[in-house]
Design a protein around this ligand. Structure first.
Ligand code: M6R
Length: 609
């Protein structure tokens, strides 16, 4: 959840780690801090608030520190205050640490340490971990050994980075269920919780494996396992263009990522459709396994869960394969009934979402087949699933997920078609679906052209205090995702469900001034949706319809209509309608002057439960 950064080498280390934090702000942003070497000591600066608050302190910092670690926080234990901000010292200020994750046994450890005379300044679990590691270090062992021994006393999920007074030019970090990446340089090395923070400095990276401890000096990167044995340092080369990790001229990452969707669809299908129009998926189960699968469970959170609902729709409609979709947090504690022949699909942009990862581990314990649909290569979910299909959407920085959703549904569609192809499912014309998929990038471009109209329309709805998101079939599922975007960044309460459910309760909320957005792109449902529209309109609701260029029904009744191009398969038209929903949320939030990329109370990657 939090952002972590580290640098050791000839440059101004404080400047480098501050720059790294700027590129990681999406991971957490309620306070930030830096520890750096200063005259044989480890000095710490930290501040509550946005990173720019910490930036104001940089003028006081010497420019000759060649070793620094830094952290941007998303609070879990203790309020976001100066004192609770990382880094934290041990009892004698011999070590300073930063940490991403949660130490579950911190209360027991605190009691134990207090019984030995320790006192604490903050309410954080991180300070407890610093004291634990400090105790080990006081025994005179090297820093990496102190970290290795200290971590054995901690329970939880975390990545931790430590520097010490005694060992100049050495940074030690440990990974335990929270991401950590090393950047390899010439006479310098770096650390970060995510790759974009390394790209300005190097494209040579090492993904730190679970429970490994990494030791960075300017000339060397060494990795040891939890037993202290050396493990190979496996280097990867990152091909991403650095601009891909930055805003590329857009006002916000979210807008940039919305506009990237035509390209994202192209990338998601790239190499996966051959010249004959067959779907080719590599690294999935062999063909006979698919015939053995009797049920699919899709497990995910938030936007990825909404993508899962679309997967269910398609798997059941096309393949007649029974499919359930679970929130990861419910699945993991729900004692799910799992058929030994079932397949569990984990959908995740980050590949690090704690609940999804825990649900995956539960399935693995029960020996269920697991498949990941993941964006971040090298992430925990990607590595731990039996098989993983990457969404290939590139880094998504905005907290509000947009392009990841489109990529996830595109990949789920490819998967359904792939299975249909293997099983020769009656009635599924794979070629016609593939033709649609190939056209999707161009059609997505057309949806983006609606932006000026959407911006104008948002001026009319931006002051509403309740917005309904309604539809039927796949349109209902995309409407749910539209509602999530709206509440996340526009901060306006929403009510979303299949339109047919309105009269079973939610209709009571309709009165003058509420807005209802109807997704009505599937001609099969349009007449019924129209009846629901009338019910809302009769009670004073303002109606906006997202429909297709072929529509002549909805436009007659709705106050405003957004018309998107139609695919031959209505499911894919519904997917395209995610774009106007995203733009509506974006423009309402922008017109109301909200933070877009970092909505209040939220963080990009939820690596705690
Ligand atoms: O990284 P993941 O896809 O596993 O994340 C799941 C959710 O936390 C995420 O989709 C969240 O709901 C987004 N902020 C929604 O825009």
């Amino acid at each position: 959840m939090c952002g972590i950064a580290g640098y050791v080498g000839p440059r101004n280390a404080v400047e480098v780690v501050y720059d790294q934090l700027k590129r990681l702000e999406y991971r957490g942003y309620d306070s930030a801090g830096i520890a750096y070497r200063d005259n044989g000591n480890i000095a710490v600066i930290k501040r509550a608030g946005k990173l720019s608050e910490l930036g104001k302190m940089l003028g006081e910092v010497p420019t000759d520190a060649h070793q620094a670690i830094a952290h941007s926080r998303w609070a879990t234990h203790g309020a976001p205050t100066d004192i609770n901000a990382h880094p934290h010292y041990d009892a004698f200020e011999n070590v300073a640490i930063i940490h991403n994750g949660i130490i579950e046994n911190y209360l027991d450890l605190r009691d134990e340490l207090m019984s030995r005379g320790h006192t604490f300044h903050s309410q954080t679990d991180t300070e407890i971990a610093a004291h634990v590691i400090g105790e080990e270090y006081d025994k005179g062992v090297p820093l990496e050994e102190a970290v290795r021994l200290g971590v054995k006393r901690l329970r939880g999920a975390f990545a931790m980075v430590v520097v010490s007074k005694r060992e100049e030019d050495k940074i030690v970090a440990v990974r335990n269920a929270s991401p950590l990446v090393v950047g390899l340089g010439e006479h310098e090395n770096l650390l970060a919780s995510d790759i974009p923070a390394l790209l300005p400095y190097t494209r040579r990276v090492v993904i730190v494996e679970e429970n490994d401890i990494v030791v960075l000096t300017p000339e060397r990167v060494r990795i040891v396992d939890g037993d202290g044995r050396d493990v190979p340092v496996v280097e990867q080369h990152i091909e991403w263009d650095i601009a891909a990790a930055e805003r590329g001229g857009y006002e916000h990452f979210m807008l940039k990522e919305i506009h990237e969707q035509p390209q994202v669809i192209r990338q998601a299908i790239a190499g996966r459709i051959d010249e004959q129009g067959h779907v080719r998926l590599e690294h999935v189960f062999s063909e006979h396994v698919w015939s053995d699968i009797d049920r699919v469970n899709i497990i995910a959170c938030g936007t990825a869960y909404h993508a899962g609902l679309m997967g269910k729709y398609l798997f059941e409609k096309l393949l007649r394969l029974p499919t359930d979709v679970y929130f990861s947090s419910e699945f993991r504690y729900g004692d799910p009934i799992l058929s030994p022949k079932s397949l569990a699909i984990f959908v995740s942009q980050s590949g690090e979402t704690a609940d999804t990862l825990a649900a995956l581990r539960l399935c693995k314990e029960r020996r269920i087949r697991t498949l990941g649909i993941v964006n971040v290569v090298g992430s925990s979910i990607a590595r731990e699933c039996d098989r993983t299909i990457f969404t290939q959407a590139g880094p998504e920085i905005s907290v509000a997920s947009t392009k990841a959703y489109t990529a996830q549904v595109t990949v789920l569609t490819l998967l359904a078609l792939y299975i249909a192809q293997i099983q020769e499912t009656a009635g599924v014309r794979v070629k016609s679906w593939v033709d649609d998929l190939v056209r999707m990038p161009e059609l997505a471009e057309k949806c983006l052209l609606l932006e000026p109209q959407i911006e104008q329309l948002c001026r009319r709805i931006k002051d509403t205090n309740l917005c309904f998101f309604l539809g039927r079939g796949a349109d209902a599922y995309v409407a749910m995702e539209g509602a999530l975007k709206f509440k996340e960044i526009a901060y306006i309460p929403t009510q979303e469900q299949p339109a047919g459910e309105m009269k079973h309760g939610p209709l009571a909320l309709v009165q003058q001034g509420v807005v209802a957005i109807f997704g009505a792109t599937d001609p099969y449902h349009v007449d019924k949706t129209m009846s629901n529209l009338k019910e809302v309109q009769a009670r004073g609701g303002t109606i906006l319809a997202i429909t297709t260029e072929n529509d002549s029904i909805m436009e007659k009744a709705a106050e405003s209509t957004l018309k998107i191009p139609a695919c031959s398969h209505p499911f894919l038209t519904a997917l395209l309608s995610a774009i106007p929903y995203q733009l509506i949320a974006y423009h309402v939030a922008r017109l109301n002057g909200h933070e877009i990329d970092q909505p209040r109370n939220l963080a990009k990657s939820v690596t705690v439960e």
